[in-house]
Write a protein of this length. Structure first.
Length: 291
């Protein structure tokens, strides 16, 4: 299991970051995704990126996190963050009961060196206990011939609210997911037992996620379950840069009012505000409406 990495959560909120926060922009992660064999500084930056989902907790304190049974293994799917290439997911059960496992995000190849076994790839471990919310959305743009119908957003507990735009790590995870019947592309205990006649890629993903999240009284939020709810499905809006954030310009996106919180989603930026973290909200009428 990888060693625990240094956390960036203690940095001053307004401190300049080493690189842009926007994991969806072309070239944003170009530097950090390059192989980490140059020098000690390069390797340390790589470890900080690679271990961001420990959120400052030592791996040795997350007992059994990457162990246990593989409940679900997936084929390669396109990621938008924390890396911008295809990657796989493995859902591990852990050894201390439900909720003790993790999600393994298998990303850039040969990150730490050249290996035929995948031992040098960039593999992120996200403990289920560090997940604030999992949200399923329809993909914004459907490519011709593509079966990627859904966008899956996983919000770490350390990336809620202004943390997503004021801190470098942890990043909100985003990847696209197939909209088709289950097939032999799925592996693991649940994936291998899926029935193509009744199970889909989406239903299996939600089943495995909910199996672990229920230990924390949480469940996947699927926006597609309420297609007639405009507030939940999202309204177009413009986000003005919060004070002392890494966002320097207004951003067009959609605002989703979910049962658990508010999600701002755009190609370049994602912010999630859990309702239990809000003390109040204000609705300010624009000058155009006032006249």
């Amino acid at each position: 299991m990888p060693r625990g990495g240094k956390s960036a959560r203690g940095k001053v909120a307004g401190q300049p970051t080493k690189r842009k926060r926007d994991a969806s922009d072309a070239g944003t992660l170009d530097g950090i995704q390059k192989r980490r064999t140059d020098n000690d500084k390069s390797r340390e930056e790589g470890r900080e990126w690679n271990h961001q989902y420990y959120q400052g907790v030592k791996a040795t304190e997350l007992h059994g996190m990457g162990c246990g049974w593989c409940r679900l293994g997936t084929p390669q799917v396109p990621f938008q963050a924390p890396f911008t290439c295809d990657g796989r997911l493995e859902f591990m059960s852990g050894t201390e009961g439900k909720g003790s496992g993790c999600i393994r995000l298998c990303g850039p190849k040969d990150y730490w060196g050249i290996s035929d076994t995948g031992a040098s790839d960039a593999i992120f471990l996200l403990p289920f206990k560090h997940i604030e919310q999992v949200i399923i959305l329809p993909t914004a743009v459907k490519l011709t011939g593509s079966k990627m119908a859904y966008q899956v957003i996983i919000v770490p507990t350390g990336a809620t609210g202004a943390s997503a735009v004021k801190r470098q790590y942890p990043q909100i995870i985003s990847f696209t997911w197939p909209g088709k019947a289950a097939d032999d592309g799925l592996s693991g205990g649940v994936g291998s037992a899926a029935d193509p006649a009744s199970d889909t890629y989406l239903s299996i993903l939600k089943k495995v996620m909910n199996e672990q999240l229920e230990a924390f009284q949480k469940s996947v939020v699927d926006v597609l379950e309420k297609t007639n709810d405009d507030l939940m499905n999202g309204m177009k809006c413009v986000l003005s840069p919060p004070m002392r954030s890494n966002v320097k310009s207004k951003t067009n996106g959609k605002l989703h009012c979910l049962a658990t919180g508010v999600l701002f989603n755009s190609e370049s930026l994602k912010i999630y505000l859990p309702f239990n973290s809000l003390s109040k909200a204000m609705l300010v009428q624009t000058s155009k409406l006032a006249t």
